[in-house]
Design a protein around this ligand. Structure first.
Ligand code: PLP
Length: 395
């Protein structure tokens, strides 16, 4: 059967550097318990993954197959993930005094959020390596994306979400065939339940950064951004950060692209935005520490940001600091306000997480941290359509 062009060579612990052969199901580093990252033979990848070759490739994240882990064509689960539009939001940019404002609209992904990128890769690879049943703790969107890809693969999915997750997320998972369990607590409490199921039934755990391939899916946002901006990365990227897979993934993508000669050494300043009701990464950034402690009593309408503790905290903080970036909070009220500003001035109806990036941009412009002539990319990580429960309150 046909092989992909993947140049995957091994997995490497992001903390202690221990190496692993990639051809079996793995979760965390067996020595230090930290996330594993996929490594490629980038010299070989660079021979075929060229700017010119990319022009002929399919409009999905699979266009970057050399730097993705899947080895066999039959294992690539395709539902139309990735290759989302990058809009130059001219009217919005002029309104806020930053004409070079762009929106990467991830709401157009499968199951209406960028979680599809990570789960497309995690499920394809788990399927390829023989996983029998998959499990996930989720604040909402990741569960939907897992449900979709598990359905495509024909694998049972067990999803655990907080009891107060909006009903649409539960409905979507159920209709996609997943086994849904609601948990009293937050995503980390759901994680405890998943670990029990893993121990009892041998499920494979696809928690974010607890298996190596979700980050490989999310990193394609970095590749797409470079390609869509004609290989000239923006000055600033503003990203609504929960578990941080996207931050870690894009930072990894920039490094890989430079090694392949696709881009130069210039990097965007990476900005993390969180809700003031759940801001463990912002607090750790401000304290100058490498790990983020659990945030007590996490509360925010942005479900994707309701992540009180992140196993990849040190990798997120590293990306922010190495890039000369910053981390800041916005309020839930600001998210609701800026959702309408973004919607009415760009045509993109954002998730509250996406609206948070615009609120952050306005703050950073006011502080002079972003200059009016800089190129800024906002990540709208999900569609506002999934948050009908929320907009009902702001009518
Ligand atoms: C999960 C999620 C986030 C946070 O993404 P990470 O990469 O885990 O930090 C942001 N926005 C939405 C809509 C999400 O579903």
């Amino acid at each position: 059967m046909a092989q992909t062009k993947s140049t995957l060579t091994h997995l490497e612990c992001g903390n202690c550097g221990k190496q692993y052969a990639p051809n079996r199901l793995l979760n965390l580093c067996s020595d230090c318990g930290k996330p594993l990252l996929a490594r490629y033979d980038l010299a070989t990848a660079a021979l075929t993954l060229t700017r010119e070759a990319l022009k002929q490739r399919e409009p999905s994240l699979w266009r970057y197959e050399e730097v993705l882990p899947v080895q066999n064509d039959w294992a690539m689960l395709r539902l139309g993930e990735g290759w989302t539009p990058l809009h130059h939001a001219k009217r919005l940019g002029e309104a806020i005094g930053c004409p070079q404002t762009y929106i990467k609209d991830e709401g157009l992904n499968v199951t209406a959020s960028f979680k599809a990128r990570g789960l497309a890769l995690a499920v394809s690879r788990a399927y390829e390596l023989g996983a029998r049943e998959l499990a996930i703790p989720s604040a909402g969107n990741a569960a939907c994306a897992l449900s979709a890809y598990a359905a495509a693969a024909g694998l049972p999915a067990h999803v655990y979400m907080p009891r107060d997750v909006p009903s649409l997320f539960q409905v979507e998972c159920r209709e996609l065939g997943a086994n849904v369990t609601l948990v009293d607590g937050l995503i980390n409490d759901c994680g405890v339940k998943v670990r029990e199921g893993v121990a009892a039934h041998g499920w494979f755990d696809v928690s974010t950064l607890k298996e190596p391939y979700r980050v490989e899916g999310k990193k394609t946002m970095g590749y797409e951004l470079a390609e869509q901006m004609d290989w000239e990365l923006p000055d600033v990227i503003i990203y609504p950060t929960g578990g941080g897979t996207g931050m870690v993934g894009m930072w990894k993508a920039f490094d890989e692209m430079e090694r392949m000669g696709l881009i130069g050494a210039k990097r965007p300043r990476m900005v993390t935005v969180q809700s003031d009701g759940c801001a463990p990464i912002v607090r750790a950034f401000q304290q100058g520490v490498e790990h983020a402690e659990l945030w007590q009593g996490a509360r925010t309408v942005a479900d994707g940001l309701r992540v009180p503790i992140a196993i990849g905290d040190f990798l997120i903080l590293r990306a922010i600091r190495q890039s000369g970036g910053v981390a800041l909070t916005v309020t839930d009220a600001e998210m609701l306000h800026y959702a309408r500003v973004m919607g009415s001035k760009s045509g993109v109806f954002p998730a509250p997480e996406g609206a948070a990036t615009l609120a952050a941009q306005v703050h950073l412009l006011e502080q002079g941290w972003i200059k009016p002539d800089e190129r800024v990319v906002l990540f709208n990580t999900g569609s506002g359509l999934k948050y009908a429960h929320l907009w009902a309150h702001v009518l």
